[in-house]
Design a protein around this ligand. Structure first.
Ligand code: SF4
Length: 327
């Protein structure tokens, strides 16, 4: 029940997000947040939240936040019995692969990903047959079954390093065609691609970038490398979510646009009140399935638990661990 006590207890949390959550909306979040904080202690649980979570999740109940790479790395160091993954299903699978002895929960197992569902393990085996001896680099936005068929994983933050670490002249890069093309533009290594796309980033166009520039003189435009190459070419900088966030902190542009998922700008702007954010908004419908009530329900009922066949998990884990070894 929403009481004056509860509102007082959660007031310091509201201070973190007052620039992006109007006061009238806060009471609708406060009760769930308070309950989740108590449940985390009772269950010895931690919440790992992706950058595309809404601010009340990202800033008020999470223990570890970041992009796919950061969550994969931090998931290996978690000292808790239970991990709640506030993100999409492949991220929860990765957390389970790296923490086979922990209980991993996802608040909504229907939180998928257009990239992850663009390819199956059988497709990867066919690619390998078609291109014998060519290493397969798989973006972490993929299922455990696809990772298990791959030689090494990558994220948008480390893809170039991973490709160049292999010491070969040709690689297959799955499943994101645009990420692969954007990496190919930066290396001498020939990159064979797959036609998977992120349904959030593929919607940005070069014309959007030109319009944003015309309407906002002096604006700095940052693009995620899952955007089409012609969008990246028109932008001022391309980088992973972590890279974009670091860019804003380092360069402190007066006005900036992040060509990525909507909540990312909300979460970054909380730490940079001096920067003005222009917000073209493309929502990820999969990420937005994760809500405070569902996180609370997951911890109350200890559902939905993510499980992976141990033999498959072992093979998929090797691909992720090879990536984590690349420096
Ligand atoms: S933003 Fe794109 S890559 Fe990320 S979960 Fe959504 S559809 Fe998948």
């Amino acid at each position: 029940m929403l009481t004056a006590d509860l509102l007082e207890r959660t007031a310091p949390l509201y201070d973190r997000v007052r620039s992006v959550i109007p006061p009238i909306e806060w009471p609708s979040f406060a009760e769930d947040i308070d309950a989740i904080l108590t449940l985390k202690k009772q269950r010895n649980a931690v919440i790992l939240a992706h950058n595309y979570m809404t601010p009340e999740i990202f800033h008020c109940v999470s223990d570890i936040v970041g992009d796919s790479l950061a969550l994969a790395r931090e998931a290996t160091k978690v000292d808790a019995d239970v991990i709640v993954l506030a993100g999409v299903h492949f991220m929860a699978e990765t957390a389970k692969m790296l923490n086979p002895n922990k209980t991993v929960l996802i608040p909504d197992s229907g939180a998928g990903c257009s990239l992850a569902s663009s390819i199956t393990a059988a497709d990867v085996r066919l690619m390998r047959e078609k291109h014998p001896g060519v290493p397969i680099v798989t973006y972490v936005n993929s299922t455990a079954a696809v990772k298990a068929e791959s030689d090494i994983c990558c994220t948008s933050g480390n893809a170039l390093k991973v490709v160049e670490s292999l010491g070969v002249d040709t690689v297959i890069m799955l499943p994101d065609e645009y990420l692969a093309q954007n990496i190919a533009a930066q290396t001498r290594v020939k990159v064979l691609t797959w036609a998977g796309h992120c349904e959030v980033h593929e919607r940005f166009t070069a014309n959007d970038v030109r319009t944003l520039r015309a309407e906002n003189p002096g604006v700095i435009i940052l693009a995620h490398p899952e955007c089409p190459p012609e969008v990246v070419a028109e932008a001022d900088y391309a980088g992973s979510t972590a890279d974009m966030s670091a860019f804003v902190g380092r360069e402190k542009p007066a006005k900036v646009v992040l060509l990525t998922e909507c909540s990312m700008a909300d979460n970054v702007c909380v730490g940079h009140p001096e920067v003005s954010f222009v917000r073209p908004c493309n929502l990820c419908p999969h990420m937005k399935r994760i809500t405070l009530p569902k996180i609370r329900h997951a911890l109350e009922t200890m559902t939905e638990e993510v499980t992976i066949d141990p033999a498959l998990a072992e093979r998929a884990r090797r691909s992720v661990e090879r990536m984590l070894e690349v420096r």
